[in-house]
Design a protein around this ligand. Structure first.
Ligand code: MOS
Length: 747
């Protein structure tokens, strides 16, 4: 591997972003551009008994007002694909404005199109909708009695019961130490800075271009074309830059299709931007949920039994639950295990992926319970985890593809200064502040798409290369990391390679979901580039005019665009010399990577880490300040140290946010989110973010993919909230089992 792989290269799009020349989907200036505004249902449940569009239709600048009475119907009913990475990837199996039924507040009931956004927004207020409202359910407590055990969850990918092992009931009954605790979670919303946005442009030959803020241009192409009954050859999706996502742009919701239908109706390009309030009602959220942990242990703290049950609120038509049980179930060796999901239906949009889906909530429960067990047994929390370390995947008995968790614990403990901690709560004081420390394990699955991942590499006669794959850059640094992977694979200098993504007509890469964006794309890019390199080497070896004629291809290396013999580097020639002598303007190659099967193909596939936190709690006011965080992770190969560090750091800050701030508050009287704005939905600012140390342990992994990339997108958030809650307990002696931890709960 060349030094470019893993280097802390600056973002290739940094200049474009900081100077404002990077164009986002809602920033295109197109001739005759019209603006669409959605009208959302005011009630959470019922029927539309009348819509009066007369005032809206004659308002200044209005081109059209569409309702369920005149919107062309969609060609198919969308469905959640039975799989995490299905390329047709609808957000829910319901499409609005097909009839008069209202399933949730904010559900689109009309689309207003006008010549300016202000006029469209004004006209939207003039649409008069009358509802026959029926009783609604928007809180878990209202529907708990009618909860059911789903056959499948998570878009059909996982069973409603986790694979069990041993005899958990007997294990709990016979355990020397037992714990039975319940954790509650407020719903969360993603709140990327850029709201979901689509600009739809039809040409005069019935071809559609969608400029869409999406995690997967091809996913948008295939999903929207299915709804429109349009061949995918007639739909091109462009998504060069996306202003954050965190899961709300992973699946495809109604707005791109509504924008396309509206644009066709008015015969001009249409831009549709969701308002911040609409973002809370239009693209899913992390569901309201409760998790119960029953564990049994021997006096030495070894787990003998674990039951982990979750109940959560889903929509009326989808069995969605984020997979909160799977990652905790493989965290520790424990002979007896069972876990299951229950769902209750409510008048809400289907919940969806939210950063570290499942793991962020499930690991909070287990890692809080482990801290309680540590207190109960008097065993140091870190020592307790080492005693229960899973040397193999406890579910299957298979070896891990790679792990590194012990090393993460050790490095984290050193960086944090864990040794010598006084285990007794409420002992440390700093003025008015009670100070405490806590830790937790982190884990996240190494997920992979089911379909082959593809990329194309093309070398020009001047020795520069373009490498292409259909990914969007949503802030992770993917464009930069993939340029590095391409330069490494081709044996070219970094600045001789241009990586291009962002449209659906490039080779197919699945939507970047589940921390698999870097692993999927880097695998395809690596295979395309090494295939092209091998092709050029083979050509040189076969070329009587080449100094490498007749050499062993396996003994040839490429550095800075020059092929040479490893054993005598002076013998060789450049790509440019080879291409020019043969009158070749360019050469190209395709790379296709077939991901491992979902069951891991004989290996446990998880990424691991360790989190440490120090908090101060104001003894009188209940204020919690996080003073220090240390996170150490083993995410396999790092493609770019700078962007990987940013991802992990951002994840940990989100974990802090999950612990102390983030909560979407449902108002059951209106069925609406009561704090649907960035003023009312709390997220950390710089003053909330303490000193944060991020470090990584290098683990080689030859199983997961060609470069051994396990992903950094989500592991950073996992475990942070538990480490903080455990530190709050250590500081105060108060065990808070509800997220976020509020002042009210602490007082
Ligand atoms: Mo990520 S929450 O799986 O898009």
């Amino acid at each position: 591997m060349s030094p470019v792989l893993g280097a802390a290269v600056e973002r290739v799009d940094g200049m474009a972003k900081t100077t404002g020349t990077a164009r986002y989907s809602g920033e295109l200036n197109l001739p005759n551009l019209a603006h669409a505004v959605l009208v959302g249902a005011r009630v959470p449940s019922g029927r539309i008994i009348g819509i009066d569009c007369r005032r809206a239709s004659v308002a200044d600048g209005v081109h059209a007002v569409l309702t369920h009475l005149d919107l062309p119907p969609v060609a198919v009913r969308p469905r959640l694909f039975p799989g995490l990475f299905g390329l047709v990837a609808h957000g829910q199996s319901f499409f609005p404005m097909q009839d008069d039924v209202v399933h949730y507040a904010g559900q689109p009931v009309a689309v207003v199109v006008a010549d300016t956004i202000e006029r469209a927004e004004h006209a939207a207020t003039l649409v008069e909708v009358n509802y026959a409202e029926t009783p609604s359910v928007t809180l878990l407590d209202q529907a708990r009695d009618q909860s059911y055990e789903p056959e499948k969850i998570f878009g059909g990918m996982l069973p409603g019961r986790s694979p069990s092992r041993g005899d958990p009931e007997a294990g709990l009954r016979d355990a020397a130490i037992r714990l039975d605790v319940t954790y509650r979670y407020a719903p969360n919303h993603h709140n990327p800075i850029e709201p979901s946005t689509t600009t739809a442009v039809w040409d005069d030959r019935d071809r559609l271009t969608l400029y869409d803020a999406t995690q997967g241009p091809t996913a948008t192409q295939l999903s929207v074309s299915e709804l429109l009954g349009l061949s995918p050859t007639r739909l091109r999706v462009v998504s060069h830059f996306v202003g954050g996502s965190f899961g709300c742009k992973a699946l495809i919701w109604a707005h791109p299709t509504l924008a396309a239908l509206a644009a066709r109706q008015v015969g001009r390009p249409v831009r549709l931007v969701l308002s911040r309030d609409q973002m809370f009602h239009s693209c899913g959220h992390r569901e309201e949920q409760e998790q119960r942990i029953s564990l049994g242990a021997d006096p030495d703290g070894r787990l003998t039994a674990l039951r982990h049950d979750k109940i959560s609120l889903t929509s009326h038509y989808d069995d969605w639950a984020e997979p909160s049980l799977e990652t905790p179930s493989v965290l520790y060796t424990c002979p007896n295990y069972a876990g299951g999901y229950r769902l209750a239906r409510g008048n809400i949009i289907s919940p969806t992926f939210t950063r570290a889906p499942g793991a962020a909530t499930g690991v909070f429960a287990l890692e809080s319970a482990m801290d309680e067990l540590a207190c109960e047994t008097g065993i140091d929390p870190l020592e307790l985890r080492l005693r229960n370390h899973a040397d193999v995947d406890p579910t299957s008995g298979n070896p891990w593809s790679s792990k590194g968790l012990r090393e993460c614990y050790q490095r984290g403990a050193e960086l944090f200064g864990w040794a010598g901690r006084d285990p007794r709560p409420g002992q440390r004081r700093d003025g008015d502040w009670l100070v405490g420390t806590g830790m937790a394990s982190a884990a996240y699955p190494v997920a992979a798409p089911m379909n082959p991942q593809r990329a194309r590499a093309r070398l020009y006669g001047d020795g520069s290369a373009v490498v292409e794959a259909g990914i969007a850059e949503f802030g992770t640094g993917a464009l930069t990391a993939m340029t590095q992977v391409a330069a490494d694979g081709l044996g070219l200098p970094f600045d001789r390679v241009r990586f291009v993504g962002g449209t659906s007509d490039l080779p197919n890469i699945a939507a970047a979901v589940g921390s698999a964006g870097a692993s999927s794309t880097s695998s395809a890019v690596h295979l395309a580039c090494t295939a092209l390199r091998d092709q050029l080497v083979a050509q040189a070896v076969a070329d009587a005019g080449s100094p490498l004629h007749g050499a062993d291809p396996g003994g040839i290396v490429v550095r800075d665009g020059r092929m040479c013999r490893r054993d005598s580097p002076e013998v060789g020639e450049s790509y440019v010399e080879l291409l020019q002598r043969n009158h070749l303007p360019d050469v190209d190659a395709l790379g296709s990577w077939q991901p491992p099967p979902p069951d891991g193909g004989g290996y446990g596939l998880h990424t691991f880490g360790a989190q440490f936190a120090e908090v101060a709690v104001d003894a009188d006011l209940g204020l919690v300040r996080v003073r220090r965080l240390v996170g150490v992770f083993a995410p396999g190969r790092i493609l770019n140290r700078r962007t990987a560090h940013s991802q992990l750091l951002g994840g940990m800050i989100w974990g802090l946010s999950q612990a102390l701030l983030e909560a979407s508050r449902m108002d059951p009287h209106t069925g609406r989110w009561a704090n649907a704005s960035l003023a009312d939905y709390l997220v950390p600012v710089n003053a909330d973010a303490p000193e944060i140390v991020v470090d990584t342990i290098e683990v080689a992994d030859s199983v997961v993919n060609p470069l051994g990339v396990k992903g950094v997108g989500e592991i950073g958030i996992v475990g942070t909230a538990a480490a903080i809650a455990n530190a709050v307990h250590h500081a105060t002696g108060r065990r808070i089992r509800d997220l976020p931890i509020t002042v009210e709960a602490l007082l």
